[in-house]
Design a protein around this ligand. Sequence first.
Ligand SMILES: Cc1cc2nc3c(=O)[nH]c(=O)nc-3n(C[C@H](O)[C@H](O)[C@H](O)COP(=O)(O)OP(=O)(O)OC[C@H]3O[C@@H](n4cnc5c(N)ncnc54)[C@H](O)[C@@H]3O)c2cc1C
Length: 404
Amino acid sequence: MITPEPHELADLVRQLHAAGTPWLPAGLASRLSWGPAVQGPVTVVSCRSLNRILDHAVGDFTVTVEAGTPLRELQDALRSKHQWLAIDWPWGSEADGAGAGSIGGLVARGLAGGLCHRYLGVRDQLIGIGLMRADGVAARAGGKVVKNVAGYDLMRLFTGSWGSLGLITELTLRTTPQPPQRLGLLLQGSIEPLDGLRRWLLRSSLTPELIDWWSPALSRQAAREPLNALLLSLASVSAEALADQSVEIQRRAEALALHCQPLDQERLEALRAVALGERGALGETGDQGWLLRLGLLPSHAAALLAERGLRDLPLVLGSGSGLGFAWAPADALPAYRVEELRRLCQKLGGFLTVLEQPSPRALPAWQDAPSRPLIEAVKREFDPKQQLARGRLPGVQARPSPCA
Ligand SMILES: Cc1cc2nc3c(=O)[nH]c(=O)nc-3n(C[C@H](O)[C@H](O)[C@H](O)COP(=O)(O)OP(=O)(O)OC[C@H]3O[C@@H](n4cnc5c(N)ncnc54)[C@H](O)[C@@H]3O)c2cc1C
């Protein structure tokens, strides 16, 4: 792995371009292997030395940061000014954000957790981006002002690009005031009343920041009754408003004969850490397990959870976004069941991406998107020598490779 100093980066990329060397942009290399195998040999170029917070415009609620800055450091700095980047810790981080990777890696993967229910995804918080193109030319889009829309498409292109289009060097992001107080509710019961409560909540004037579906196996993993559940997080600047919301939801849950457990902030965070794959979630065997990214129409989430075969699979799904994660140790989930689940998600209007799987890799991480020709055309435009992240282009199913 090469870790260039900021002033060495452009020269290095120009040399790689001149020699046609295959390379992979990286942040802190915490999750480099997830997804399709990169067809090697490959030179990994890490942004670890690009790690400065360049400007926190507290009054404007924006922050400009170099791409290799650890997410935990950024959140710590923002917290000292009572702000935060409204995004979950990446799956598999520690509850305090250790191991969360860099802000550039976060944007390059473009994934989000249940908090996107209220705050939307990372691409919606992005207002400016600095890039190093495959030929070593620096480029920039957007700005530091929330209303600036120039370069909008470039920011969207690079969010979720998995290092396939260029190296992200700098980001300007929208920050959010840190709500001083949070309360949680864990509602458990059968799917129909849970879904009724979910629909009522979405139509109500209440504003939870997160409404996540949990499968029975996830409830068990969190030492709760192995039943389907909805985990709610309520956040507000006012303790009174928070208590009122909580009481109203509890009343509704009682009327629907749901079991309702109020959670203080500490208990809420502990449950959230379980749903975000705290250490050991994939088993203690040391074998690589399964980690799956699911998406489907939110109105079909109840149908997915009603599948009997899913009862023993830990699964979390945002009820407003229809996006979530499922995971299992290697020996608990045969590949054919993942294929069945993929077909089911597709039938329900969605997709399944295999982020991690036991080796040898049996399944394609993702299948061809309908827009594959367009994606490949964009790739040729940004990376004409096909040097970056070879074999790993989101929306294009990788051809089998001897290294896979
Ligand atoms: C709720 C949530 C769940 C998530 N779950 C997962 C998950 O299950 N699996 C997962 O892989 N990620 C997940 N992420 C994304 C996660 O944030 C990133 O994987 C993580 O930030 C990686 O950081 P890193 O610096 O270690 O990146 P690395 O591991 O170094 O790289 C990760 C990927 O990003 C690319 N990349 C990194 N930095 C740059 C850059 N500066 N320019 C261009 N490309 C770059 C790499 O090529 C690689 O494809 C999740 C995020 C959230 C919010």
